[in-house]
Design a protein around this ligand. Structure first.
Ligand code: NAD
Length: 458
């Protein structure tokens, strides 16, 4: 991992968790630090794995309940349920760094089967298949148009780790073909495009989940439970610092740190705090030694719906004392505080010493292996399709995480405070202007407000 030398000041030595960068650099078939973090569940353990990775049923957490993070009761989707007696047949669309990681996880998954891989670049699917670990690479099909391929062969779903620019066209086509989509973050390249996909998801009824891999860490779930029992929060911070000089689209992307990394922390913050963003004030910096054309150093302060503050500090430009890819966290709440170094067990604290010791023992005791990151994300999507329910990170739920990114970008660009609702409504105007489907345009126009439309489907 370039530049990732040394240890964070508060973090134990050990493998860094898998990351955007690590997944890009994983050699074919080789176990890496990324692989270490994405422990796989052996085939045949689907039931237990499903339970561990799936969102927990609705219900209140108690102080003693750090394992079961409360989530709202899932809605039924109305989409025909997927057969549960066989693995889901998957087309991976986009055979780059992340497509390679997805292919390995699908090949090893108890709930899915790597059936086809598509990419515009000749030879790319074959390379991804060869490193995936499938027993016979020759039986996995290849193509250039992933959605046409999925339609022709009757695939159960597509996974879409194409470049962000391609997320909208590929997903749009799949939704209208009735093929469920598990898309990579960010949902799209722009906010109007994201709203367009929300509208087309509603129109078609085809399930669309955005994979936010960081949500699926046990520690994130533990922190959410802790906050549910000790909140509301008042001040939460995530600090991310890692020197990188990545090749590829990130070098020329506008605001690459916010768009590539910020999204992870923003989505994690919403999940842990159980609060949504209201406004943001952000600043960016581009030191002369940065290889990125645009800001890869950012500070952003979000005002959240529960009146609390969430502060994000992130940089790809500072050498030494790197944090883990998950950032370092400090969460201050009414009845307790928590810190997390991004890889180990969270440290929990309340005003009561005995209570603190008991809580700490409880989180430390949860040490069994469970699928995390994209392996868990895949299980969540397939489980939801089998059960006919809305998955966690469904596009309506995901959109405000992306809105946090775009609002922070707008604040850096324009200066000053950006209200999320105002930005969403501007994006709706642009989405309506760009929309070529009359029904989708009518739907976008019919929303009382974007936020209400999003909340109505969660
Ligand atoms: N969750 C994570 O930890 C994580 C990590 C890395 C990347 N990502 C996300 O994954 C996505 C891909 O990132 P990457 O680093 O793998 O990029 P990449 O450039 O390595 O790969 C993208 C691939 O998509 C292909 N592609 C582009 N348009 C296509 C189309 N219409 N049909 C088929 N293939 C197409 C390209 O040819 C390329 O091979 C991004 O959205 C990124 O944000 C997520």
């Amino acid at each position: 991992m370039p530049g990732a030398t040394g240890s964070g000041p508060t973090t134990p030595k050990g493998p860094r968790v898998s990351s955007d960068l690590a997944t890009d650099r994983t050699p074919a078939g080789g176990a890496t630090t990324a692989d270490t973090a994405t422990d796989r569940t052996p085939a045949g353990e689907a039931t237990t794995a499903d339970t561990a990775a799936a969102p927990t049923p609705a219900g209140g957490a108690t102080t003693a309940d750090t394992a079961a993070a409360p989530t709202p009761a899932p809605h039924l989707s109305g989409f025909p349920a997927l057969a549960a007696d066989r693995p889901a047949r998957v087309v991976v669309v986009g055979a780059g760094g992340m497509g390679s990681w997805w292919a390995r996880e699908i090949a090893a998954s108890p709930v899915a089967e790597l059936a086809w891989v598509a990419d515009l670049v000749e030879g790319a699917p074959q390379r991804v298949i060869e490193q995936s670990g499938v027993p016979d690479p020759t039986v996995v099909g290849v193509g250039t148009d992933g959605v046409d391929l999925a339609r022709e062969v009757g695939a159960d779903l597509i996974v879409n780790p194409t470049v962000p620019l391609a997320h909208h066209p590929v997903t749009l086509k799949a939704l209208h073909a009735g093929i469920p989509v598990l898309g990579e973050k960010p949902v799209t390249e722009t906010l109007p495009e994201a709203l367009s996909l929300v509208a087309h998801t509603e129109l078609t009824g085809t399930p669309f989940m955005v994979s936010q891999s960081r949500r699926f860490f046990r520690q994130v779930r533990q922190l959410r439970s802790f906050v549910a029992a000790h909140g509301p929060t008042v001040l939460t911070s995530a600090f991310f610092s890692l020197f990188t000089e990545m090749e590829g689209y990130r070098r020329t992307q506008l605001h690459p740190l916010l768009r590539d990394m910020g999204i992870h922390a923003f989505d994690t913050a919403r999940y842990i705090m159980d609060a949504d963003p209201v406004a943001v004030t952000a600043h960016g910096a581009r030191p002369e030694w940065s290889v990125y054309a645009h800001d890869a150093t950012v500070t952003a302060t979000f005002e959240m719906s529960d009146g609390s503050l969430f502060v994000y500090n992130g940089t790809w430009n500072a050498r030494g004392l790197p944090t883990f890819w998950n950032s370092e966290w400090r969460i201050g709440a009414q009845l307790g505080s928590a810190t997390w170094d991004g890889t180990g067990t969270p440290v929990l604290g309340t005003a009561d010493e005995e209570d603190t010791a008991r809580l700490q023992a409880e989180v430390a005791a949860e040490s069994g292996e469970e699928p995390d990151q994209i392996a868990a994300s895949l299980i969540e999507f397939v489980s939801a399709l089998r059960e006919g329910r809305t998955p966690m990170c469904e596009v309506h739920e995901n959109l405000l995480s992306f809105a946090m990114v775009e609002a922070a970008v707008a604040s850096v660009d324009r200066g000053g405070r950006i209200e999320i609702d105002e930005l969403l409504e501007q994006a709706r105007v642009e989405a309506i202007a760009a929309e070529t489907d009359d029904r989708a345009r009518d739907l976008l126009q019919s929303w009382t407000s974007v936020r209400e439309a999003l909340l109505a489907r969660q």
